[in-house]
Design a protein around this ligand. Structure first.
Ligand code: B4P
Length: 185
């Protein structure tokens, strides 16, 4: 978990590889569908381009289907999900139904100026439609309204592992591994 530009996608792959599980990124799945022009992609694009969240029903169904795939049988890392309270409830139900357990909720903390700078830099390299200054501002607002409160929800369950996301990618990665070492098996 973390605001747009915190480094979620950047770090997720390395953490998932380390634990030998797939990294399931809702943003990546949406972008792949947008690229292929599927009905899901056409619907998601409208929201993503405006900096809004894709509706919960659509996102929840997509994650439920992805988690049911064989490579997720032994566990998985979720990148960018859950982002709303309704998604938390749905994830709880999915976890119960599949016999999995939520081990930790990793939260990357970063300064607002740093995330804006990172996303504007990515805009120059990748040209993502949601990396313009106006859309970034909206994404940060939506994050504060919808997703930040979830940190308290998971904090009350004792699951939050907070990691400083400032600094070089490798430095942040090392902090993540150190913090996860302290999570009980
Ligand atoms: P995401 O794909 O999750 O986009 P993001 O929040 O920008 O994070 P991302 O993982 O891409 O970026 P990162 O911080 O790694 O979501 C995109 C959209 O999809 C959402 O706005 C929403 O519309 C939709 N969506 C996704 N999940 C949803 C859900 N559950 N419910 C509803 N809608 C959903 O990296 C950003 C940049 O920073 C990169 O260029 C990276 O290279 C750079 N960077 C990373 N770490 C750095 C470091 N330490 N130093 C310098 N640069 C760094």
């Amino acid at each position: 978990m973390g605001p747009p530009g915190a480094g979620k996608g950047t770090q997720a792959k390395a953490v998932a590889d380390h634990f030998g599980v797939p990294a399931i990124s809702t943003g990546d799945i949406f972008r792949a569908n947008v690229g292929q022009g599927t009905p899901l992609g056409v619907e998601a694009k409208r929201y993503m381009d405006a900096g809004e969240y894709v509706p919960d029903e659509v996102t929840n169904k997509m994650v439920r289907d992805r988690i049911a795939e064989p490579d997720a049988e032994k566990g998985f890392l979720l990148d960018g999900y859950p982002r709303t309270l309704a998604q938390v409830t749905e994830l709880d139900a999915m976890i119960d139904a599949t016999g999995h357990r939520l081990d930790a909720v990793l939260c990357l903390t970063v300064d607002r100026e740093a995330v804006v700078g990172r996303l504007l830099k990515r805009a120059q390299i990748e040209g993502r439609a949601d990396d313009t200054e106006d859309v970034i501002r909206r994404r940060l607002e939506v994050y504060a309204e919808e997703t930040e409160p979830l940190i308290e929800v998971y904090g009350e369950r004792g699951l939050v592992v907070s990691v400083d996301g400032m600094g070089e990618v490798e430095e942040v990665q090392q902090r993540i591994f150190d913090a996860l070492d302290d999570v009980p098996e």
